[in-house]
Design a protein around this ligand. Structure first.
Ligand SMILES: NC(=O)c1ccc[n+]([C@@H]2O[C@H](COP(=O)([O-])OP(=O)(O)OC[C@H]3O[C@@H](n4cnc5c(N)ncnc54)[C@H](O)[C@@H]3O)[C@@H](O)[C@H]2O)c1
Length: 248
């Protein structure tokens, strides 16, 4: 069990990739804070993980004070944080020219500033202990760009650069910071953004060398690897999990 007695926070853990990550961490021995803006979903995942293995936490990652409160709750209850998986995200597709500032603000707040708030909130306790592992979840859209989700691509690119910068700053404090960049993964988010673009999705899937969507558990496996003691000399890296769609 790679995470025996470790304490982990997973944001956006009520659904999709975050849910699978929280469940796999719990199966591998961690106690997991299942954090999500949708508390009912977080509670359902925490119940699935087992009451002794998981704690549901309501948090909006765009509200820095709520994020700090989440971290205080976890520290008060469990005394330490070994792992942060900063995964919460949101997307709305459409041509950039038809977007407005309200949408830009929302996309950037969830997909970029949310990571700043979460990483900023956990670092003091990790620095004090001289140990910690952080995995941010970006997207291949942040490496190569993606039409129809241009602002999201920009925010995800910012997450990748942010991850590298923080990794440099905290490496000497014993903290590793890495990023997982999923490709198209079969989750409720993908289902939502694909509505009305089913033929386009089929064409994209045909262009994936493995000819299929990823499964959330396959992304979770990469996250757990980077969060584990098997990745002790890896920091500042971005690992795409995408069936070969992009190779950068
Ligand atoms: N599914 C894909 O194809 C895909 C591809 C590339 C990257 N990603 C990224 O993977 C991550 C997980 O996505 P998913 O596909 O599992 O999505 P999902 O919609 O299934 O799950 C996302 C979760 O985040 C939560 N969330 C949204 N806004 C939040 C907020 N402000 N505060 C706290 N929680 C919030 C939602 O309630 C939801 O439970 C996201 O960062 C997403 O951008 C997904």
């Amino acid at each position: 069990m790679r995470f025996q007695d470790q304490v982990a926070i997973v944001t956006g853990a009520g659904s999709g990739i975050g849910r699978e990550t929280a469940l796999q961490l719990a199966r591998e021995g961690a106690v997991v804070a299942v954090a999500d803006i949708d508390v009912a979903r977080a509670e359902a995942v925490a119940a699935e993980a087992g009451a002794e293995r998981a704690l549901a936490v309501a948090v909006d990652v765009t509200a820095a004070e709520q994020v700090r409160q989440m971290v205080r709750t976890v520290l008060d209850r469990f005394g330490r944080i070994d792992v942060l998986v900063s995964n919460a995200g949101w997307d709305r597709t459409g041509p950039f020219v038809e977007t407005d500032e309200a949408l830009w603000d929302k996309v950037i707040a969830i997909n970029f500033r949310g990571h700043l708030a979460c990483v900023h909130a956990v670092l003091p306790a990790m620095i004090e202990r001289g140990a910690g592992r952080i995995v941010t979840v970006a997207s291949d859209a942040g490496r190569v760009g993606s039409s129809g989700e241009v602002v999201y691509s920009g925010a995800k690119g910012a997450v990748i650069a942010f991850t590298k910068g923080v990794a440099r700053e905290v490496a000497r404090s014993g903290i590793a910071v890495n990023c997982v960049a999923p490709g198209l993964t079969d989750t409720p988010m993908l289902a939502e953004v694909s509505v009305g673009s089913e033929r386009l999705m089929e064409a994209i899937v045909r262009s994936i060398p493995m000819r299929r969507l990823g499964r959330p558990e396959e992304v979770a496996q990469a996250i757990l690897f980077l969060a584990s003691g098997q990745a002790t000399y890896i920091t500042g890296q971005t690992l795409s999990v995408n069936g070969g769609l992009t190779m950068v």
